[in-house]
Ligand binder design. Sequence first.
Ligand SMILES: Cc1ncc(C[n+]2csc(CCOP(=O)(O)OP(=O)(O)O)c2C)c(N)n1
Length: 592
Amino acid sequence: MTPIPNSQFPIPNSQSENPNITWAVTFVNELARAGLTAVCIAPGSRSTPLTLAFDAHPDIQVYLHLDERSAAFFALGLALESDRPVALVCTSGTATANFYPAVIEAHMSQVPLLVLSTDRPPELRHSGANQTIDQVKMFGNHVLWAVDMDVPTAEATELALRNVKTTAVRAYATANGLRKGPVQVNFPFRKPLEPGGEQLSVNSYQLAVEAQTVMERGEVMPSSRQMSQLVEVVRQYERGLIVCGPRCPGGDFPVAVARLARACGYPLVADPLSGVRFGRWQEETAVIASYESQLVRNRNPWGHPDVVIRFGQVPTSKWLNDYLDNAHAAHVIHVRENGVWADDSHRVTMFLQASETAVCTQLAAQLPKRRPTTWLTTIAESERRHWAKLRPLLAEPFFDVTVVAEVVRLMPRNGRLIMGNSLPIRHLDQFGQPHNRPLHIFGNRGASGIDGNVSTALGVAAASHAPTVLVVGDITFYHDLNGLLAVRQHGLDNVVIVLLNNNGGGIFNRLPVATLEPPFTKLFITPHGLDFAPVVGMYGLGYTQANSREAFTAAFQAAMAEPGARVIEVRTNGRFDEARRREIVRLVNEGV
Ligand SMILES: Cc1ncc(C[n+]2csc(CCOP(=O)(O)OP(=O)(O)O)c2C)c(N)n1
């Protein structure tokens, strides 16, 4: 939580003629005090008090969006990048429902969002009133907390207004708690919705001073008993793996977990979304990323571990998960400070809710350093051999995997890389060779929807101001074309979208249903024949088509070299790409 430097806080000139405005200004002011700096707003009438209140606040950036679904995913991207809550505002009715996909993703990926829905007052609910649906707790179990506020009235007591303030602070703190996620606050506003006479401005926030609530949270530290148990387990077994799945903590965690891996003498298996695969620790640590290709051909090339220490979500790779499931390791220890269960094989033998970084640091410090074991060197050597064999195989012919490998190779230091669901994230998992330049990689893998991937990437770009690359399939791109408007609306000039256009859902070529022709192509691949260039032009992005390795490399390097927002489209053939990928996996494993 952002520390608040002062024990006294400005509260708004709450004596507006319109109690809706008083409520909204008070609520927004408390959110800002708690640390909120960004809100995504979609237009509408019922939301007028909140919209005007946010617009007038000097410390909160307003991102206006026309489409609520894109707005919510853009907010998700802002929150992913900044790791702090972002608010969302829209009008009543289905507008709010359009937030739902992003709310689900935020819940499942523990991303902090504050959904501020606006509603008719109780007397108009369930009455056939226009644009009125049941918004109370409408996100069900996909939010951490749902509050239905009182209707603002001129006669409200001081207690009622204090409630508005603490609800704001609590909503922010809940979204940003140990377990992060979305919170819904539903505001019933009775007409009139506009300020009575006065114009809202910064001045609305600059009047009285009053002490108010601050909510803080600490870190969860492992106990000495728990640490002794872990030390005992690691000392006992030489054959261990450290597995970092998606959404591991940032900050000092990657360095701490790499140090732990070295102290244990365990390979560090790094999902592309773990934040651990790319970075300087990679040079001295056995970072393993070849599992998807190695384990698909030979389900058990290294033998099985006795200990698995896990961090983050369930890994992306099916073959890695199968391998871990079949290992029957004596100890599967999952460390997660947010306490969210993530083990669909139900093999975890000890779930430790404690700070991941603290556990890694303390454990590494308490372990006697282990000399490299055969277990470690065998796996590390198989990793090295794998990439050495793979590299030349990716050179020719040009196909979708080549593009992903080139993007990884050419990404600038600290660039942001967002991988669309479907093949892009899987290709990165399988073909993204670890290197020592730090990259920040994101993907909506909580619910793995192909909706909103464009907007998520643009939200990351807006918050990061760093070179931001989205690699996305054509259907995923199509799904969120509306999101492209954010490029112009918010002046984004640090965005490259690599559009892998195989004219349909190429991922389905991997499924057994692919042999059922017809109806496979018509109903699963779903070729659409769309020409995206005019749409990209309509939204004001640059457009290049690159259908060879040289053309792609040149276009990508040019795009990285100068500010702008552009799409590089690569047209490929999904069937060929999948056949080539399989062939490469076969070749790379030959003779192993
Ligand atoms: C919202 C949503 N609808 C449908 C799906 C099912 N689905 C998964 S991948 C996919 C096709 C994606 O095609 P494309 O974006 O072109 O990527 P490719 O498979 O070619 O990599 C579909 C429809 C989903 N995951 N999410």
